[in-house]
Design a protein around this ligand. Structure first.
Ligand SMILES: Nc1ncnc2c1ncn2[C@@H]1O[C@H](COP(=O)(O)OP(=O)(O)O)[C@@H](O)[C@H]1O
Ligand SMILES: [Mg+2]
Length: 160
């Protein structure tokens, strides 16, 4: 199981500069995919346009997914099976603010994915923080003054 600590160690040097251009975010995605094992959950937080889907696509590429990866904003979960591991790509934004949100999650059987045989990447993970497994790798993407660069912060949003 890849742990946040290992990921922190892997990226410590790179993350110190905290100004990632698109190519660097994509390279991070490829390395995360290499490190992933079944049951790895990568929890992404960050505002609209921060690069969550961009990073997710790079992770999918790193797994060798051959299908086109599209944002699951309206479907909540997209599943891809053509890579080294099953890839489950979530965007839980739509669940926020729904009184039925938690019920809907239970119906979707999130835990079957989170504790399953694949790699899960969850966009807007902070909205369902209590459902995310404790050993998930949290990555926060932040806008910077430069529209082409992002700050990348590891760790759960509320403990930063
Ligand atoms: N350094 C960067 N990292 C990630 N995305 C970037 C970067 N610079 C520019 N972008 C652009 O920002 C946009 C991010 O959109 P997206 O990945 O859909 O964000 P989100 O899923 O967080 O809403 C994309 O158009 C992407 O090309
Ligand atoms: Mg997105």
């Amino acid at each position: 199981m890849v742990q946040s600590d290992n990921i922190c160690t892997m990226f410590e040097f790179d993350l110190e500069k905290n100004e990632f251009d698109l190519a660097e975010v994509e390279a991070l995605g490829l390395r995360l995919a290499e490190a992933a094992v079944k049951g790895t959950v990568i929890a992404l937080s960050g505002d609209l346009g921060a690069g969550k889907t961009t990073l997710s696509k790079a992770i999918a590429k790193g797994l060798g997914i051959s299908e086109a990866v599209t944002s699951p904003t309206f479907t909540i979960i997209n599943e891809y099976s053509s890579g080294r591991l099953p890839f489950y790509h979530f965007d839980v934004y739509r669940l926020d603010g729904l009184s039925s949100g938690l019920d809907e999650m239970a119906e979707l059987g999130f835990d079957d994915y989170f504790y399953g045989n694949g790699l899960c990447v969850v966009e807007w993970a902070e909205l369902i923080g209590s459902s995310i497994p404790d050993d998930a790798v949290w990555i926060n993407l932040l806008h910077t003054d430069d529209p082409d660069k992002r700050k990348v912060v590891l760790g759960k949003a509320e403990v930063i």
